[in-house]
Design a binder for this molecule. Structure first.
Ligand SMILES: Cc1cc2nc3c(=O)[nH]c(=O)nc-3n(C[C@H](O)[C@H](O)[C@H](O)COP(=O)(O)OP(=O)(O)OC[C@H]3O[C@@H](n4cnc5c(N)ncnc54)[C@H](O)[C@@H]3O)c2cc1C
Length: 329
């Protein structure tokens, strides 16, 4: 690990002042479950590490007329134990519950989950975010791509967004509050992740001098039926192969509106808009859920080794819809 300066601010203002104008100037440290391994592998080499664990105002889950606000420092365990989240947003509890490691649940934060870097093994082995060879060509399409993207993969990025919480937050219409040297701003959860065009860019809209402070699930999402369904190779330490988060408003047994967001299949959480349209006005029966699953994957373009993920994602959509309709938590 490269030597770095360590800072442990206690206020947001102080923390932001310690960030820099370039990514290499500083890195935010929350639970450290991803950042520390990135630093040990020299994949990120910040000159300063800004530990935000003691920054006031970033903890806790609070409800008011606007909705439910989750502090960026809330851990997976705290999210799982929260009664409001459990009863109102089962999809979020199910997604956090999929992370089975007690250590990650105890240390990993919601903010860190949304900002964690891709697990692409080319990136993790030092080939850069876009995994290019010396001629600037991606190594992924002709390489080891069994865990890579099947949607949104026309390049230059082929990794999958690793966050299990992001698809749920998009389905629930959440907003993310960011704070930086130029002030505060709010972005929709659906606009937070982006597909980088170069190795110098990042996978989200955060700027080097900004941090994520809160996640707000709007009051309008109360009463939605939501569910997450993940397909995992094993229940131990690993990320899902494919997942779907859905949130639907039912009226008279039929879907008035619904959001369907796929996880771990594209460089960003993938909102299946065509499938959402197909769902509108339908009762969620076994066959309707299956045909919406088909619609969600209609644009999939699997790479040489990951065709199997198409079927997994279809099934994830179908089962998430059926679970949401039944109100299974
Ligand atoms: C074996 C294993 C299995 C896992 N399985 C899953 C899984 O199935 N699903 C899943 O979603 N995740 C999974 N994870 C990832 C885990 O959830 C994340 O590592 C964790 O949530 C990151 O949180 P952290 O607080 O430790 O972040 P850190 O390691 O402290 O930070 C991670 C990144 O986010 C940045 N960051 C953190 N907080 C902020 C903030 N508030 N503002 C701006 N930037 C910030 C850091 O600079 C860093 O780049 C797994 C991890 C491991 C090791």
């Amino acid at each position: 690990m490269e030597a770095f300066e360590y800072a442990h601010p206690t206020t947001q203002h102080e923390a932001i002042g310690l960030l820099g104008s370039k990514w290499n100037d500083a890195a935010v440290l929350a639970g450290g479950t991803d950042l520390i391994s990135l630093m040990k592998e020299y994949l990120v080499t910040p000159k300063r590490v800004v530990n935000i664990k003691n920054v006031e105002g970033l903890n806790g889950i609070h409800s008011n007329a606007e909705g439910v606000t989750i502090g960026a420092l809330v851990t997976m365990d705290e999210l799982l134990e929260n009664a409001t989240i459990r009863s109102e947003f089962p999809a979020l509890t199910q997604a956090a519950g999929g992370i089975t490691s007690p250590q990650i649940r105890a240390m990993g934060t919601v903010g860190g989950d949304l900002c964690q870097r891709p697990r692409c093994w080319y990136f993790r082995n030092g080939y850069g975010l876009l995994a290019k060879d010396e001629n600037g060509k991606s190594l992924v399409p002709d390489g080891e791509n069994r865990y890579h993207a099947i949607l949104g993969n026309s390049g230059p990025a082929y990794f999958v967004n690793p966050s299990s919480l992001a698809p749920v937050l998009i389905a629930l219409g959440a907003k993310l509050q960011l704070a930086g040297t130029k002030g505060q701003r709010e972005v929709r959860a659906s606009e937070f992740s982006v597909i980088p065009k170069s190795d110098e860019e990042r996978e989200n809209v955060l700027k080097p001098d900004e941090m994520l402070t809160h996640i707000v699930i709007p009051a309008s999402s109360h009463g939605l039926r939501s569910a997450t369904y993940e397909v995992r190779q094993k229940t131990a330490l690993d990320w899902p192969l494919a997942a779907a988060a859905v949130a639907v408003k039912l009226e008279g047994g039929k879907v008035r509106e619904g959001r369907i967001v796929l996880g771990h299949v594209a460089p960003i959480p993938w909102q299946a808009r065509e499938a959402e349209k197909e769902l509108e006005g339908k009762s969620i029966t076994e066959s309707a859920a299956a045909s919406v699953g088909e619609a969600a994957l209609r644009g999939a373009k699997p790479l040489s080794q990951n065709g199997y993920k198409v079927q997994l994602a279809k099934v994830a959509v179908k089962r998430a819809l059926l679970a949401a309709a039944k109100g299974e938590a």
